[in-house]
Design a protein around this ligand. Structure first.
Ligand code: ZN
Length: 205
């Protein structure tokens, strides 16, 4: 995997960064660090907000990004900005990208998107108004819970939660043609974390 950009210089003092070990809470850890001012490149995932937008006919808004091939539709997503809550951010994104006035109904879940070093935070949204797409989106369609297909990735699992809440069994497709259409059994079907063998319940304090 090659990242499009690489952090090479300290953003505080412009010294070249080096991989260096330092003692952290979890023990010694190698990271890119500044040898001059001790600035550390944590490389934390970026929060991305995703919206499962439902209209008053019970349909979900699916849109195609200008960079995606024909026939590829996904959820409305965008980066969380400094100074806003995730709920306010997802409503702002919905308005900027579709012109719809949005209201958050509930939190659907959060999923890692490792390839992009992002965390996808997804909400179920009720929206009103006429769709006016931003230039980054080229087309949209409203789809019923019975017709929409999900994909085994961040927003796809959020959509599958919504489909399930409507009483349907989600159908999964590949994220892109040729990709595995099968959902990760560790993530689907959803189950309470206390029943998930990947996690151990911490003893009571
Ligand atoms: Zn520095």
């Amino acid at each position: 995997m090659t990242a499009p950009y690489e952090m090479r210089f300290c953003p505080n003092c412009a010294t070249a960064l080096t991989m260096a070990s330092a003692l952290e809470d979890g023990g010694p850890k190698e990271r890119l660090r500044c040898p001059a001012c001790a600035w550390t490149h944590w490389g934390n995932p970026t929060p991305v907000l995703a919206a499962v937008i439902e209209n008053d006919r019970g349909e979900v808004l699916m849109a195609r990004n200008a960079l995606w091939e024909e026939g590829s539709f996904g959820l409305i997503t965008g980066f969380m900005e400094a100074g806003e809550s995730p709920e306010a951010g997802v409503c702002r994104e919905v308005f900027e990208e579709t012109g719809l006035r949005a209201k958050v109904l509930r939190f659907l879940g959060a999923w890692e998107f490792l390839r992009m070093n992002q965390v996808m935070i997804a909400y179920h949204i009720r929206a009103e108004g006429e769709v006016i797409l931003s230039p980054e989106l080229v087309e949209y369609r409203w789809q019923s819970a019975a017709d929409v297909t999900c994909w085994p990735g961040g927003g796809g699992y959020a959509l599958a939660h919504w489909v399930t809440s409507k009483g349907y069994t989600p159908t999964f497709r590949g994220f892109r043609p040729g990709h595995d259409p099968n959902p990760d059994p560790a993530k689907w079907p959803p189950r309470p974390w206390s029943e998930d063998p990947r996690f151990e319940i911490a003893p009571q304090i």
